[in-house]
Each structure stands twice: as structure tokens, then as C-alpha cells.
Design a protein around this ligand. Structure first.
Ligand code: SIN
Length: 483
């Protein structure tokens, strides 16, 4: 059982491993079987306040380090993550359910973020602005925002922390992290590796426990200067409003309802390959998942047939077994939502081309599903399913595709397939989303800005834009110096 090498059952605060004041714990289970993997502390407001105090004490010395010194620690962490990729990947699969190869890919992706931001840490440049006054100088510098509170989801238990923490640390911020209660072990493993490579006490703190009280303290404690959250739009709006009431900066990576558009002139095999990765990565539990697959009438039947064949061939099972491509869903609520979307679509005229029901493995396993005949009136067109269901919508013209695609309150990711260069540019400009895949079904990388518009949130993660979210701009006017 190699994954136990990095499994910690305590929280990491101020460089020490602690339990909850009350002694209470929460069980962490394997979604494959419901078996208990271990327990973590159920912390509340008081422990969170102490973690914030530790992060505040650590902040002045951390921001004062040379950028290269912070970068060296980030690089050491990236190396340690890669060295422990197999163990960390197994731990992630056991608490979250995704196949081992995806889990290891997530750890490698997290390491890439730490490496990227180690490099960016040394490029936090300011400006000098030509002065409008004789004898004066206008200067702009950038400073870390301070202590950051991060609240992260269960679908990417490692990389959602890596994205936030890497940029924050590079900028000179310190952080208090509250991971999802379903998947705390991957978060505590990051803390253990931070400890191992020598991050100073208080720079990185990870607290498990009840979401409400921890979030209340993070939003209301004046020492926290920024809240970063990945999760549902509903929770994001509430957290954002509370953080703004205390004038904290916010970054919000929220829900999506991605259109995946296949035009008549698309390379259909490439489009099927893209739809498979976009829809079925992590069993359809990603915010950037293709939620609505819009197919032009001329290739609708051919595309549907090819996609259904590929979906029927997916191997479902325990993510730790060789060759498994689809694990269980995170919990029964996820199964019920997926079922409800399929039932609503069928009642309104959709037909099942593949899957459509709970899987014979039982528990939270669900058959990867393709639905034909989906329409804008169905729940599946309006809400994020967050499950392995690919609904196919038929359209006739480019204008209709744009109107259908933009007919959502969300604006995170979108995808389209065409070989017409003019159409590619028109579509890229017309789609109201933060990220566009052109003949690509997966666009996430540390070098490009990840984030959305509309109800999908604000702020960006990754790239030079991601670093700006952890920096304040300061303007200084130098006068009276006889210049
Ligand atoms: C997500 O936020 O759900 C997707 C993350 C990714 O594509 O890396």
C-alpha cells in the first residue's frame, strides 16, 4: 500500500501537525466501496483563526525573501511531487475515484504549476511612467496581497490547490487552505511535502473540517486579504459577497456549461477523440466538461454512431485496476443528479445510444452515456450535469450554433471542430467564454490563463495573468528630491 507513505491524519498549522480542539474527526471514504480510508480533524473557527495568525506572522519574512529563494523552494516542491507521483496518485485515486493514470497526470500537472510559478516569481516587474510634472518621477511596483484563504473542491484534490498555492507563494503571499472534506488526504500530502522540502512554518497551512465555520473565519478575519475558491457558482457567489463585504480580493473558478460544437467540415475522428477527453475525463466531473454537444445536421448521425461506439468501449471499474478508464462518481448525490438529467431528457424526447443507467458494479458507478435528440428545453441543456452523460443537440447553421452555445449563464470553456479557417476565427470571437478549444477537447495548462466569464467566475489561474491575481499594484510619486 504505497499511498500510505504520504497519508496524514492531522492538520498542518504553523509547521506542526494538529488535531481539532474538540478532538472530533471526520471519516474519509473510498468511493469505489465506501470503505473508510482514515480520519481527519473536524476543525472550526478557533483553529482557523490560529492558522490565519500563523500565516500572518510568516508573511513579512516570506515576502522579504529574494524571489530566487522562494523560487528555489517551489522548484524543490515540484521535484518532490514528481518523485512521489506514484504514491500521491494512488492516494488521490483511493479518495477521489479517478483512474490511476489520470491521478498521476494530475500530480504531474500540479508539479508543472509549481515549476512555472517558480520561474514567474523572478519576473514580477513594475513600471516607470513618464512623469507629467517636471522634477518628479512616477513609479509602479507590485506587492503580494498578503494572507490568502483558499477553498478547494474534490474533483481535482491536488491540482486545484497546486494552481492557487504556486502563484500565491511565488508572489510572496502565505496561505490557509481548506480542502474538500471528501478528499483531504491529497491536500495534507502537499503540506507534508512542503514541510519536507523546508518551507518556513506558517507559510502553508492546511485545515480540514466543517466548511461553514472555516469559511466564515476566512471571510471575516481582517488578516485575510484574499479569498480564492473553486467550486459551485452558488457557493462562489455567497463566499464572494461575504469576502467583498470585508473588501478582500477574490478569485472565483465556478461552474461551467461547455458547448462542444462539431461542424459538417470537421475531422470527425478528431472530434470524437476530443469529445471523449472533454466529456469523460474524471467521469464527467470537471467544470470544463463538454456539457452540450452540438452537431451540425450533415454529420449528426455519423458523429453519434462513432461517439456511441467509443463510449461503449470504455472500461469502468476501480481506478487502481489496470486499464480502467472510468471510476465511480464521487457520491450518491452525483448519481442521482445524473439520473435525473437522463430521466428529464428521455421524458422530453431524447433517446439513449449508450449507457443510460447505474452500472452493474453498484455503488456510485454509472454507465458512460450518450443521448441523442437533446434540446434546449431539457435540464441537461441548462445545468451542469457533472456526470458521464454526453447529450447530442442537432443544429443547421453557424449562427444557430453560436446562439445555442451562448444561451447559458455560464462562460467557462467551449470547444468547436472545423477545418474552415474563417469560421474558426469567427467562432473564436463570437463565443462568450473564457477558454476556447479549436479542434482541441482539453486546453488546461500552467502556461495559459484558466478562468471564465459570466456566472463562471472571475480571475485567472496559471500563466502571467494568474500571478497578477496575487499582487497589489502600488503607485509612488517621487518629488522634492531636486531631480
Ligand atoms: C476543472 O476545474 O474542473 C477542470 C480543471 C482542469 O481542466 O485542469
Amino acid at each position: 500500500m504505497i499511498s500510505d507513505a504520504w497519508r496524514r491524519e492531522d492538520c498542518y498549522v504553523d509547521g506542526a501537525w494538529i488535531g481539532a480542539d474538540s478532538g472530533e474527526t471526520m471519516a474519509v471514504t473510498n468511493p469505489v466501496s465506501g470503505a473508510v480510508l482514515g480520519h481527519v480533524p473536524r476543525c472550526g473557527r478557533a483553529e482557523t483563526a490560529r492558522a490565519i495568525a500563523a500565516a500572518s506572522r510568516a508573511f513579512p519574512a516570506w515576502r522579504a525573501l529574494l524571489a530566487k529563494e522562494r523560487a528555489d523552494l517551489l522548484l524543490a516542491l515540484a521535484d518532490a511531487l514528481l518523485q512521489e507521483k506514484a504514491a500521491l496518485g494512488e492516494l488521490l485515486t483511493r479518495e477521489q475515484g479517478k483512474p490511476r493514470a489520470e491521478a498521476e497526470g494530475e500530480i504531474a500537472g500540479g508539479a508543472a504549476f509549481f515549476r512555472w510559478f517558480a520561474e514567474e516569481a523572478r519576473r514580477v516587474y513594475g513600471d516607470t511612467i513618464p512623469s507629467p510634472w517636471a522634477g518628479k518621477r512616477v513609479l509602479v511596483t507590485k506587492e503580494p496581497v498578503g494572507v490568502v484563504g483558499a477553498i478547494t473542491p474534490w474533483n481535482f484534490p491536488h491540482s486545484m490547490i497546486a494552481r492557487k498555492l504556486s502563484a500565491a507563494l511565488a508572489a510572496g503571499c502565505t496561505m490557509v487552505i481548506k480542502p474538500a472534506s471528501q478528499t483531504p488526504f491529497s491536500a495534507l500530502a502537499i503540506a507534508a511535502l512542503c514541510d519536507k522540502v523546508g518551507f518556513p512554518a506558517g507559510v502553508v497551512n492546511v485545515l480540514t473540517g466543517a466548511a461553514g465555520p472555516i469559511a466564515d473565519e476566512l471571510c471575516e478575519n481582517p488578516a485575510v486579504r484574499k479569498i480564492t475558491f473553486t467550486g459551485s457558482t452558488e457557493v462562489g457567489k455567497s463566499l464572494g459577497a461575504r469576502a467583498l463585504a470585508h473588501m478582500k480580493r477574490v478569485s472565483m473558478e465556478l461552474g461551467g456549461n461547455a458547448p462542444f460544437i462539431v461542424f459538417d467540415d470537421a475531422d470527425l475522428d478528431l472530434a470524437v477523440q476530443g469529445a471523449m477527453i472533454s466529456k469523460f475525463r474524471n467521469m464527467g466531473q470537471t467544470c470544463v466538461c463538454a456539457n452540450r454537444i452540438l452537431v451540425q445536421a450533415g454529420v449528426y448521425e455519423a458523429f453519434a454512431e462513432k461517439l456511441a461506439a467509443a463510449v461503449r468501449a470504455l472500461k469502468v471499474g476501480d481506478g487502481l485496476e489496470d486499464g480502467v478508464q472510468q471510476g465511480p462518481l464521487i457520491d450518491m448525490a452525483a448519481v442521482q443528479k445524473t439520473e435525473a438529467h437522463i430521466a428529464d431528457a428521455r421524458a422530453k424526447g431524447a433517446c439513449v445510444l449508450a449507457g443510460g443507467a447505474r452500472h452493474a458494479n453498484g455503488g456510485t458507478f454509472f454507465e458512460p452515456t450518450v443521448l441523442a435528440g437533446a434540446t434546449a428545453q431539457m435540464l441537461i441543456a441548462r445545468e451542469e450535469t457533472f456526470g458521464p452523460v454526453a447529450p447530442l443537440f442537432r443544429f443547421e447553421t453557424e449562427a444557430e450554433a453560436v446562439a445555442l452555445a451562448n444561451d447559458t449563464t455560464f462562460g467557462l470553456a467551449c470547444y468547436f471542430y472545423t477545418r474552415d479557417l474563417g469560421r474558426a476565427w469567427r467562432m473564436m470571437e463570437a463565443l462568450e467564454f473564457g477558454m476556447v478549444g479549436v479542434n482541441e477537447g482539453l486546453a488546461s495548462t500552467e502556461v495559459a490563463p484558466f478562468g471564465g466569464v459570466k456566472d463562471s467566475g472571475m480571475g485567472r489561474e496559471g500563466s502571467k495573468y494568474g500571478l497578477e491575481d496575487y499582487l497589489n499594484v502600488k503607485y509612488a510619486l517621487f518629488g522634492g528630491l531636486g531631480l
